[in-house]
Each structure stands twice: as C-alpha cells, then as structure tokens.
Design a protein around this ligand. Structure first.
Ligand code: F3S
Length: 649
C-alpha cells in the first residue's frame, strides 16, 4: 500500500484501529513533554493513577510559561515539578532554560518518533519529521505510564511547496499565508504534510516555524519529510545518529492538496486580534508602533533573532518604540552572547529578557493601554497580552525589527530602500549549536527522589460517574471562537493557581462575564452554550477541569476545537453539538434538560439526544464520540476510567 509520510509513522506506532479518516486510532507514544502550567496536574494525575515510573523513551518537564516566580506559589510549582521529574524518571529543564518546544527541538526531537505534549504547539518538531501532537495533561500522564494515545485519524492534506523564498520573505510569512487562505478553522481534523521542491530550500528552524503555527490553523499536526537539511541540523546539534530518512511514497494519496509558490510570498502581518487576520505589511504601513517583541516558540531561535540583529547592527531603535528580545532558549541566548550579537543589539537599544514564554501569555511586557505591539509570536487573541483592549500584530523577525527601527509598521523592503544601506539579512544556521546543557537535568542527575508539595499544590478534583439526568440553567451563552484564554486566562496574576483548582475556578470565564464563577457556584451546576469552534487555542485542561469543578454538566456548542473537546470528555462534561437554529433560539438563563436517559444513551452509542428548553420546546443535540470516549464520560472522566481499567487488569 502506498502511503503518506503521516501514515507511515502512524503505521509504525499503531496499537488499535485503522488509518481511515474519522476512525479512532490508538498509537504508541515515544516521547512526552509537559510545561509548568500544565505539568503540575500531569504529575498529580500520574501519582493519582498510582504509576511508578515513566515508561516512554523520553519524558521532559519544562519550566517556561511562568519563570519569573512572582511569589512562592510559582517557585513551589517549579520545585514540585523538579521533584516529580526526579522521582519518576523525567528530564527537568530549569526555569529560564527556555520554551519547551525550543529546548525539545534542540535536544530530543527525532524523525519518525511520536511525541505527545501538554501544550498546543507540540507539533513544532514536525519540521524534523517527528509526528507530534498536543493533548490534555491527563492524556500525557497516561502516555507516560505506557498507555496508548487515542485520536481520531485526521485527513492528511498535502501542502506542496514550489519555488524559493525571495529576499525579505520568511517561513513566518509562509504560515501566515496559510492562515490567510485557510483561517483558524482551516486545519481542524487535518494533518498538513509538506512536500514538493520548495521543501529543500527551507532549513529545519524555518520548517519548525511553519509546523509550530499549524496549531493556529486548528490542525492536529504538521510534518515535513527529512533530507540533508534535517541531517545537517541534527549534526549541528550533535545528534546526527538520530537521523532517519523519511518521505511519502511517490504515489501517496492525499485528502486534498494546496500549492504554495514560495517565490510569490511577501512580508505579511496578522492584524489584531486573530492569527488569520492576515494582510501584506504594506496595507497597514504607517501604523505607529509602541512596542516590539522578538521571541516565542515560533521565532525564538538563534537563527530567528540573527536577521533582526543584523538589521539593528550600527543602528538605533526608534525613540517612540520599545524593543524587547526574549530568546526561545538559553542555547539561543548563550550563542547570541558568545557571538557578540547581544552586545550589538543592546547598543541598538534592545532590552533583553530571559528565555521564557513570558509576554506571549501576558506575563510581563504588557502593552500600554491604547497602544500597538508587534510580536514574532503565534497568537494575538484579544487580551492575551495582558490588557483587554490590546492591538497585537504578528510578524516575522524582519518585519518586527523594521517596525522597531522606523517606529511604525513598514515593509522591510521599503525600509531598506529608504535607508539605502540595509541588506536583506537572509537566514543562516550557525556552524554548530554549542550552548551548554547545565540547565537540563537528566534523570541520572536528579536530586530528588520523592514529591515535594508546598502549600500551593492541591489535589486533583474528581467527578463521580455520569448522572442519568444532565442539564440545568444556561449559565452563559457565548459567541463563536471562544478560546481557552477566555475560559481560563494564562495571565501572571492567576497562573500560580494552576495547581490549586478551587482557587483557579474563581476565574472561570470571568473574561466573558465576571459574574459567571459566582453564579455557577450558586446555581450548583448548569450548562454552557457556545457558537462555533468552542475552546480553540491552548491544550490547557484547566479549561475543562474548572468548569467541572463549578458543576458544569454539559456544553452545547455549534462545534468544538479538538483538544478542548477531548478535555471535556476527560473531565466528564458532555460536549454536544447543536445547529444554528437551536443556538439562535436558546437564551442565557434558559433551562436545558436532556430528555433521554443520557447515562444509558452515552454507554449505548446513541448519537442524538432530545433536549427540552424551559419545558416549552424541543430540539436535537448530537454526541460525536468513540466508544472509548463514551466509556470515559460515563465513568466521570479519564482519571476514574483509568483507575477502573487498571483495577480490571
Ligand atoms: Fe509559550 Fe507562547 Fe509558545 S506561551 S509555548 S511561547 S505559544
């Protein structure tokens, strides 16, 4: 059978199911990663499932989202994570060592291997031919314990790259072009597989910028074949022995094909406040820019920052604008410093940050009110920067550096012409990646052998088996595209409560309606109603765990984002889809009850349920779930289900 590259890697790891789009498949996981805001729950769940030791080839715990340790609660979390990594046999990356995807790419990402991560940008190492998928924390805990990961087999779409990028156009512009064409929903249920003659013109870091932002398309994953460029990258990281040649068959069949002519790509920006709100920079040139930030898991590498450094060399950042550089990893920081680029950039007016996610989730460098920020990040959802009325543009490092120099949005080609002496910096890899590894603690070097739980580390909330009756007051009716940032924000003021669910729940959906958490507690349960693409954004399972804690029994939405829907199953909340007419008719405050015996219906594979609204009218809601997801829901969530399973073994 001829196959796509995706099918080949999946075939090698398949433990259950068939590779038919829409069918649930179980796959073996080789590597897992987790980060500080999702990791505490992963390890608490690992402990609650009475697991002894990590079973995957690699498990890595990173501390990247909240590295500033504003108070003891953050430090408590990091100390707990170090103790869990040491106790159970995972690598531990200290706070400040860098963003999970960057550090994982440098040290562990390997062609042909599977990676599951409790972060939505886990697909980043697809640029090295790794099949990497983001999932909820409990799925990570199960995979770490040796369990398979279950996912609906996505459609595999071929993105054929032709030609070569012209000067000033970058890999970031390629993925922005994909978002411009396909939108934030364009990748739902899909894996994008990049092929064609344009592939060899892109280095691994350029490829990983593209695979990283496949997440913004809603894709399950994105993957490139491997070639000399992959081998070159691995060799420069001192890991050439991990190279494996991977390619789709010549006659591989794809569900769809998209062609991108790289030679036609030009500098683009995603305008506020959606990553798919993409236009050529020239269309918004002249917009005054107050702040520019270079970094993140999308463009935080040494090679990403280098072009901006070359543009800044011997010049000065505009007096109207602040320029912050937050390298994606300590390897990048160290190499930029050794090569003298840090001093050059500082001389130009750059303010350096430690290697962290930081500003990407509103942790530090929050923009001033009514100001414009240009960032090389992957997301610009409203309010994500830490201020509600933000105006964040997403761009390549070249466009960001040009904005910092000019003090306004400008196409770097036009700035180069204006300045007369600024050459296109191009994109180059260093001769060797030679950052130290002092901050990556191997399982052999672990200093802890038991869990250290400070007062901020709470218990894992549990829910009982699914009731026969589900329903209640519509506590909130929401619009389309509600993100996990809306459900549980990731801002620094509450990030430390990720390991304290009762406290964190006080913030649930408060960005949509600040009275919601209190109303939910008072009502002692109820339901939520939402439009399309409910739960897009991050993998954070707290966006399901906190509503569960508040007693939410079901979510009625027109459609769900993939990871969030899985998280709802994992925490025993019934995710039901409704049509436009039903959505339009329901009002906040309405009483919605499922007429049928839902417990029995879920177990027996019923797909349609009748709902009664205020006892006055009825409609149909759909449950699209595999038998395994139904069993998880019936058990009251994945933790209870996994415990039931191991008791039955
Ligand atoms: Fe961190 Fe932002 Fe990436 S939060 S993992 S830099 S999307």
């Amino acid at each position: 059978m001829s196959g796509t590259l995706t099918e080949k890697v999946l075939e090698d790891h398949l433990v259950e199911g068939e590779l038919e789009p829409g069918e649930e498949i179980g796959i073996e996981i080789d590597q897992v990663l987790t980060q500080d805001t999702t990791g505490t729950m992963v390890w608490l769940q690992f402990e609650a499932m009475e697991m002894d030791e990590v079973q995957t080839e690699i498990a890595a715990q990173y501390c990247d989202h909240q590295t500033y340790q504003f108070d003891f609660k953050n430090t408590d979390d990091h100390r707990f994570l170090r103790s869990a990594a040491g106790t159970y046999g995972a690598y531990f990356s200290r706070p400040g060592n860098g963003i999970c995807h960057n550090v994982h790419k440098e040290n562990f990402a390997a062609p042909g291997k599977t990676l599951l991560g409790s972060d939505s940008h886990t697909p980043t190492p697809g640029g090295l031919g790794q099949l990497a998928i983001g999932a909820g924390g409990i799925d990570i805990a199960v995979a770490m314990g040796g369990g398979a990961y279950y996912v609906e087999m996505p459609e595999v779409v071929n993105v054929r790259l032709e030609g070569e990028l012209p000067e000033w156009a970058t890999a970031k512009d390629v993925i922005l072009e994909m978002l411009r064409r396909l939108s934030v929903k364009g990748g739902v249920g899909k894996i994008f597989e990049y092929t064609g003659p344009g592939v060899e013109t892109l280095s691994v870091p350029e490829r990983t910028t593209i695979t990283n932002m496949g997440t913004e398309l809603g894709a399950t994953s994105s993957i490139f074949p491997t070639d000399e460029r992959t081998e070159e990258y691995l060799a420069k990281q001192g890991r050439e022995d991990e190279y494996v040649e991977l390619a789709p068959d010549a006659d591989a069949e794809y569900a769809d094909e998209i062609t991108i002519d790289l030679s036609e790509i030009e500098p683009l920006v995603a305008c506020p406040s959606m990553p798919d709100n993409v236009v050529p920079v020239r269309e918004v040139a002249g917009e005054k820019v107050d702040q520019v930030i270079l970094g993140s898991c999308t463009n935080g590498g040494y090679e990403d920052i280098l072009p901006a450094a070359k543009m800044l060399e011997g010049r000065e950042v505009n007096k109207k604008t602040d320029l912050i550089v937050a390298p994606g990893s300590k390897q990048a920081s160290e190499m930029l410093a050794r090569d003298g680029w840090t001093a050059e950039m500082m001389a130009a007016g750059v303010n350096f940050s430690e290697a962290t996610c930081g500003a990407c989730i509103g942790n530090g460098h929050v923009p001033a009110s009514d100001s414009v920020s240009v960032r090389t990040f992957n997301r610009n959802f409203e309010g994500r920067s830490g201020i509600e009325d933000d105006a964040v543009y997403l761009s390549s490092p070249e466009v960001a550096a040009a904005a910092a120099l000019k003090g306004e949005l400008v196409d770097p080609r036009d700035l180069a012409e204006e300045l007369g002496d600024m050459e296109a910096p191009g994109f180059e890899l260093p001769d060797v990646y030679d950052g130290s590894k002092a901050d990556l603690i191997t399982p052999d070097e672990a200093v802890d052998d038991e869990l250290v739980k400070g007062p901020n580390i709470g218990d894992v909330p549990l829910k009982g088996a699914l009731d026969d009756e589900v329903g209640g007051e519509t506590l909130l009716k929401m619009r389309d595209n509600i993100t996990t940032d809306h459900i549980i924000p990731a801002t620094s003021d509450i990030l430390m409560y990720r390991s304290n669910v009762p406290k964190l729940s006080e913030y649930t959906l408060s960005r949509v309606d600040e009275t919601f958490p209190e109303r939910a507690l008072e009502a002692d349960g109820g339901v939520l109603v939402a439009g399309e693409n409910y739960g897009q954004g991050s993998s954070r399972e707290h966006a399901a765990m906190c509503p569960m804690y508040l007693g939410i029994e079901a979510v009625f939405a027109q459609s769900f984002a993939r990871i969030h829907k899985a998280n709802l199953f994992n925490f025993g909340i019934v995710p039901l889809t409704i049509d436009q007419e039903t959505y339009d008719k329901i009002e906040q405050g309405d009483d919605i009850h499922i007429v049928d015996d839902i417990g029995e219906g879920v177990r027996n594979g019923e797909e349609e349920f009748t709902i009664s609204v205020n006892g006055e009218w009825e409609a149909t809601a759909h449950l699209d779930a595999s038998q395994r997801e139904r069993d998880i829901l019936a058990a009251g969530g994945k933790l209870s289900w996994t415990k039931e399973q191991s008791l039955g073994d």
